[in-house]
Write a protein that binds this ligand. Structure first.
Ligand code: NAD
Length: 975
């Protein structure tokens, strides 16, 4: 078939006819009160923001006062701008009006009415009424049960039941509307849909889908699988193809694909090949793609390439090409061209007519409540049309409603251009003209900044098969290299007594010995510090640029073997894959970040001009640094402290924690390979006595410690007690524990709060200093939150982290397990055990994840730091009390707030004094340079790692003043 451009004359002729008919009236959305409101907000981005914020929060607001309060708060956030005078008048009137509760209710009523335009109430009667109305058009329908995010298996089951009921309700109208047609999200059929665990996804989704397919078979129904975010795309396409091949008809399988993805032609080709091979016709709904902004933001946050085409014109062009491609293959595929764009539908109809396709061979699709005039014009031209009808209550369909409102009011909206701006029909029908080579906004920004400033290392994208395979292979290779034996490679072995060994074991399978590592003695610790002292002058004199280059080289080497290093962490520290990869990436970030920063701090600079003098200010290294690290971020934290010390010009003795000796060894090997001299970076595996010896040595100038409060405080004391012969004050960089809380406000988005809390509490089995161990819920949401937390937690799977099908693994040691179990026993006495998960019974050092309610602020579970998957939920009467309870802790490391009221978020920002406060997101996962990390109180000394001030702790500052006056002559005066 000829390309679309060969039909431009036909497209124009047909398009004009459609437009003539479609422009006789406006879509319902742009008429009446809704139309007036949308017209007011369309060109006013801040006001649009207010509207969306309010609609988003509305279902959870308790009463008229609450609604008025939120609306007032959102409106107040709009900045005063000179050209906003008319808006200000409008706002003042509105603020006056909402003081009256009756108006607040009107807002809710209005939103309901608006929602009903796009969403059908989910009961057979309401559906029946709508279907009868649509049948008169005539149009067929596909029904989609929209709702809140599925976070638990109960919620997934409820989603299935809704679909079963909808299917039966649609079957009642079979005579008029044809066989039932449902659209569904595969991810809503299970609470755990992870691209890293395809077998588990398949098994859970198929189990739940079985009754739906049986019903679909009874009624000859079509089930269309909706497409979701890019990260899930491959997993969804794979699963769809599996289902289509293995779940025989008469039910009809179909899938939605997005034209804004460059991947889509290849996905379509796969689907087509299978349809031909199996002889089963597969439906394809071609959409443009609804998550463009989100995909851009996510890609930018992760520094992944943008998965979408660069702009709308490129998407439109691909849409047309794929429309033609699909229509030409309507023997094997059933194309559904889903668009509200006059040109896109005209192109489809022109091609369908040339191919002489009948109404069984293709169809157009549109959403309920959108572009009715175009819909009617297409129907009048005999286009087989199906309307996409979302069902549900407004409360749960709110995300859907917001998407539609955004779509209808965006400046790029074709509906807005057609019906509000009255754009010229020639422009509406002009072929799309993508600019070749145009990068997406994100990619362009990346190119601009990459040469000039630090950028985080992108994490591995495990939704790509290749990446998962590489880690699997690395795991196999690392396992084959075990157990490792590491004698002490420290040069001065001294008069050692019989060496002590540490046996490294896999926490998920303690019988598996990973290595045997010789431990140093305190005498060797002393010798190591002396060696570092001797190495100091040369390292200190090494040019900053050279030191910085070595650290950059180390980062490169680290990333060159990132899969193996991550695999080692999976085995040695029982880190789940993604967490292990993030640890390695963070280590590389620290190396680069401090190396770059040191270059900026290197030179002398004049303090300020002072006549007759020159005042030069600069930084100098302090002397040998002892780095004492914990095991929970085995490479990143050890590497971060070490990198800062080395960049600053201080030789380092690294003392890692026992459960992380193999990881530390790998890091040390890389630093040496990068060219850091062996006397400048020494590795000293050892126990507490070695740590103490290093801290107390008179030649130690810096102690950089990260670990528990108990050890940190004892190190501060020991370091600040001068040793005989010591002639300086030791600098101690000290990061300690946390007892972090997340506050959940009455208006919080619970979908987000539940997901964020579980990720923060159970990520790496709760073994993070940033982990959430307390949730403080405002009474109005307490019960609902607790129930959803318990249900959602139950969907997480615990098992050996080597298998990515498991979300979480064991604790690090038997002692850590025993301690956590003791606290579970304490929690049972102090509060109410709401839910406890199951973990593998034999083998690893597992602790069952446990959720407690009715914990009081004075309880041990609310006060003491315990590394483990235990979460205590406390209740507060109101937000201010909740915030006060959150702060009532010895620690001040991380904290979180879920709220949609700006004044509460501002209050938290001002009053919730923790090092890292996260608003409306999880509280773990700080990234170097983006979220400098560290706390105060008993969490640390208040200067944050990965932030602008950290490096200076490894330096001291000097000022040199030179008198420039010579017998009344000032050289600079002549300049
Ligand atoms: P830990 O305090 O038991 O051990 C930390 C390090 O100190 C280890 O290398 C250990 O061998 C060494 N050590 C122990 N006793 C010593 C002594 N008397 N003198 C010198 N060194 C000694 O901590 P851990 O179990 O490895 O790690 C978990 C703790 O670390 C938690 O409290 C956690 O909150 C904290 N942590 C804090 C941060 C942060 O950035 N604030 C980050 C990670 C972990």
């Amino acid at each position: 078939m000829e390309p679309v451009r060969d039909h431009e004359a036909d497209i124009r002729r047909l398009g004009l006819a459609l437009h003539e008919r479609a422009s006789r009236e406006r879509p319902a959305l742009y008429r009446g009160l809704t139309g007036a409101l949308l017209a007011r907000v369309m060109d006013d981005a801040p006001l649009r923001g207010v509207l969306f914020q309010l609609v988003d929060t509305l279902p959870q607001l308790a009463d008229a006062d609450d609604i008025a309060r939120h609306l007032r708060a959102y409106l107040k956030e709009i900045p005063h701008t000179p050209h906003g005078a008319s808006r200000q008048g409008w706002i003042t009137t509105l603020l006056g009006l909402i003081a009256r509760p009756s108006l607040a209710w009107t807002v809710r009523g209005f939103t309901r009415q608006l929602g009903r335009q796009f969403l059908c109430e989910e009961n057979p009667k309401a559906l029946g009424r709508l279907l009868t109305r649509l049948h008169r058009l005539p149009a067929r329908v596909t029904v989609d049960a929209v709702g809140e995010a599925v976070l638990s298996e109960e919620e997934a089951e409820a989603y299935l039941q809704r679909n079963l009921l909808l299917l039966e309700a649609l079957a009642q109208h079979r005579d008029t509307l044809g066989p039932p047609h449902l659209s569904l999200k595969l991810t809503a059929l299970t609470a755990r849909f992870d691209p890293l665990a395809p077998a588990g996804n398949r098994q859970r989704v198929l189990a739940r889908l079985e009754p739906l397919i049986a019903a679909a078979n009874r009624h000859g129904a079509t089930l269309t699988v909706d497409m979701e975010h890019y990260e899930l795309k491959d997993a969804i396409v794979d699963l769809f193809l599996h289902i289509a091949e293995h779940c025989p008809g008469p039910w009809q399988p179909a899938i939605a694909l997005q034209a804004y993805l460059p991947d889509t032609p290849a996905d379509l080709a796969r689907i087509h090949t299978q349809a031909q091979r199996t002889g089963r016709r597969l439906g394809v709904r071609l959409v443009k793609g609804a998550y463009w902004d989100q995909e851009q933001a996510w890609a930018a946050q992760r520094d992944w390439p943008s998965p979408t085409l660069c702009n709308k014109a490129a998407t439109d062009a691909q849409y047309e090409a794929l429309t033609a491609w699909l229509l030409e293959r309507s023997d094997a595929l059933h194309p559904a061209i889903a668009s509200h764009n006059l040109r896109s539908q005209t192109v489809a109809l022109t091609i369908a007519r040339r191919l002489k396709l009948n109404e069984q061979q293709w169809e157009a699709q549109m959403l309920l409540g959108m572009a009715e005039p175009l819909r009617d014009a297409l129907i009048a031209e005999g286009v087989p049309l199906r309307l996409y009808v979302p069902t549900g209550d407004l409360e749960t369909g709110i995300a859907y409603l917001i998407r539609r409102l955004l779509e209808n009011t965006a400046s790029t909206s074709i509906l807005r251009q057609t019906y509000v701006e009255g754009r010229d029909v020639a422009a509406l029908l002009a072929p799309p003209k993508p600019q070749a080579g145009a990068a997406s906004a994100h990619d362009a920004a990346k190119t601009k900044t990459s040469t000039t400033s630090f950028a985080n290392t992108p994490l591995l994208d495990f939704s790509r098969h290749e990446e998962a395979e590489r880690l699997q292979m690395a795991l196999a290779a690392v396992k084959a290299s075990l157990p490792q034996t590491h004698p002490l490679d420290f040069v001065d072995r001294g008069d050692t007594p019989a060496p002590a060994f540490f046996i490294a074991r896999n926490p998920a399978n303690p019988n598996q010995v990973l290595g045997e590592i010789t431990l140093a003695t305190p005498a060797q610790a002393d010798a190591a510090v002396v060696r570092a002292r001797n190495a100091f002058p040369a390292w200190c004199d090494t040019a900053v640029a050279d030191r910085s280059r070595l650290l950059h080289r180390a980062a490169d080497l680290l990333l060159a073997e990132r899969h193996s290093l991550a695999a080692l962490e999976v085995l040695e520290e029982a880190k789940p894959w993604r967490e292990a990869d993030a640890d390695v990436a963070e280590a590389a970030d620290f190396l680069r970040y401090y190396a770059d920063q040191m270059v900026q701090l290197a030179d002398w600079r004049e303090t300020r001009h002072f006549p007759g003098e020159r005042n030069d200010f600069g930084y100098a290294p302090r002397g040998p640094a002892v780095v004492i690290a914990p095991w929970n971020f085995p490479i990143a934290i050890l590497c971060g402290m070490t990198a800062a010390a080395l960049a600053a010009g201080n030789p380092v003795v690294m003392k890692p924690a026992l459960p992380a000796l193999l990881a530390a060894r790998a890091l040390h090997r890389i630093l040496l390979a990068a060219g850091v001299p062996p006397e400048v970076v020494q590795l000293l595996p050892g126990d507490t006595d070695v740590g103490e010896a290093l801290v107390c040595h008179p030649d130690t100038h810096i102690v950089a410690f990260t670990g528990s409060r108990q050890v940190g405080l004892s190190i501060l004391q020991a370091a600040h007690t001068p040793a005989p012969g010591q002639r300086h004050v030791k600098q101690v960089v000290c990061e300690m524990g946390g007892k972090n809380a997340i506050v959940v406000d009455s208006d919080a988005d619970l979908d987000e709060a539940v997901a964020g809390i579980l990720a923060s509490a159970f990520g790496y089995s709760g073994q993070k200093c940033s982990a959430c161990s307390r949730v403080i819920a405002v009474a109005a949401v307490h019960d609902k939150l607790l129930a959803r937390l318990a249900a959602a937690a139950a969907s997480l799977a615990w098992g050996p982290p080597e298998d990515p099908a498991y979300d979480h693994g064991p604790l690090i040691t038997a002692a850590a397990r025993d301690k956590a179990l003791r606290y579970i026993a304490i929690g049972r006495e102090e509060g109410r055990l709401v839910w406890q998960g199951t973990v593998p019974e034999d083998g690893g050092w597992y602790v069952p994840p446990t959720l407690f309610a009715d914990i009081q602020p004075h309880h041990r579970l609310a006060r003491e730091e315990v590394f483990g998957p235990m979460l205590a939920v406390l209740q507060a009467p109101d937000f201010a009390t909740a915030l006060a309870m959150a702060q009532d802790a010895d620690y001040a490391l991380t904290g979180g707030v879920y709220s949609r009221l700006p004044e509460h978020l501002t209050l938290a920002r001002d009053r919730y004094a923790v090092g890292n406060l996260y608003l409306n997101r999880r509280i773990t996962g700080a990234r170097v340079g983006v979220q400098p990390f560290g706390g105060v109180a008993l969490s640390g000394t208040g200067i944050q790692a990965g932030g602008p001030d950290y490096l200076k702790q490894f330096l001291w500052s000097r000022c040199v003043t030179s008198n420039t006056m010579r017998h009344g002559f000032m050289p600079e005066a002549d300049d």
